[in-house]
Design a binder for this molecule. Structure first.
Ligand code: FE2
Length: 281
């Protein structure tokens, strides 16, 4: 799937941009399915928001219980003071997570197949475990910031193998909150680890590991990407996305996969049971 130059680039930069990886029809299929899931979601049933700025406080039973099912999370700015939604429900959801790829046939199909399997193998995941899928809306006007982080913070394996597959479902631009990355930043240390508190099923904590500063505007680059582009990146690559204050949404879909032979930490928040075993591409 990847040529020698692309592999060299990935090893040097920690990421690779693959324009045109997904066809428009496939993207339309999961966009439509995501809207159906949101339509079916009772906005009064749960008001869990998703924010990366206060992840520990926002971790609750609803979040922890989403490891093997499909749940909707609101944008942090979705609600007015009186508790009503600022925008229509379908313009208020931050993301759907975290087992779309295993419980929904449309997402299962989008998330697997020979092209992805071959790409994953090129990146060192010849035998993979796809732990998590997220449909991210980055809603117009209220799309939340995702602060600087490394995805290995959430998927600790020994050795470190987590790799991110980030699909642009709409054009991602600086205006609507595209990804920012630090080229080569994957050579640096893991700064923090998000793990279950010992003995707790629902409490998680962010453990500080290394004080290396996060990138700034001098070392980070924006990854503007047209719809259909796949960005793959290394678990240690620092990345960020700005709030979306524009009138245009920035839908994306992500998968997080590890090597099946690596030891997956029992302290990671996302665990699977025998009822829904983790699978590969
Ligand atoms: Fe991330």
């Amino acid at each position: 799937m990847l040529n020698a130059q692309q592999l060299t680039q990935y090893r040097r930069d920690g990421f690779l941009v693959l324009p045109g990886f997904k066809a428009a029809a496939e993207i339309a299929g999961i966009r439509q399915r995501a809207l159906q899931i949101v339509d079916a979601f009772d906005e009064h049933s749960n008001r869990s928001i998703f924010t990366t700025n206060d992840q520990v406080r926002q971790t609750d039973d609803y979040f922890m219980g989403s490891a093997d099912t499909v749940r909707c999370f609101f944008e942090e700015e979705a609600f007015l003071e009186d508790g009503s939604l600022r925008q229509a429900k379908h313009l208020s959801i931050n993301k759907i997570g975290h087992a779309l790829h295993d419980v929904d046939p449309v997402f299962d199909h989008f998330s697997r197949g020979p092209s992805l399997a071959s790409l994953a193998a090129d990146l060192g995941l010849g035998s993979a475990h796809i732990w998590q899928s997220m449909y991210i809306f980055k809603q117009p006007g209220i799309g939340g910031e995702v602060r600087w982080h490394q995805d290995a913070t959430f998927f600790d394996t020994l050795p470190m193998t987590v790799t991110t597959f980030w699909f642009a479902l709409e054009d991602a631009t600086r205006a609507n909150g595209c990804l920012w990355v630090q080229p080569g930043g994957h050579m640096g240390p893991l700064r923090e680890r998000f793990v279950k508190v010992d003995g707790s099923k629902t409490a998680c904590a962010m453990e500080a590991l290394d004080g290396t500063p996060w990138p700034d505007e001098h070392s980070a680059v924006p990854l503007e990407a047209s719809a259909g582009t796949l960005v793959v990146f290394h678990g240690l690559l620092p990345h960020y996305s700005a709030p979306n204050r524009s009138a245009i949404s920035r839908h994306a879909y992500t998968l997080h996969a590890t090597h099946a032979a690596a030891t997956y930490s029992p302290r990671n928040w996302l665990q699977r049971t025998a009822a829904l075993p983790v699978r590969g591409f």
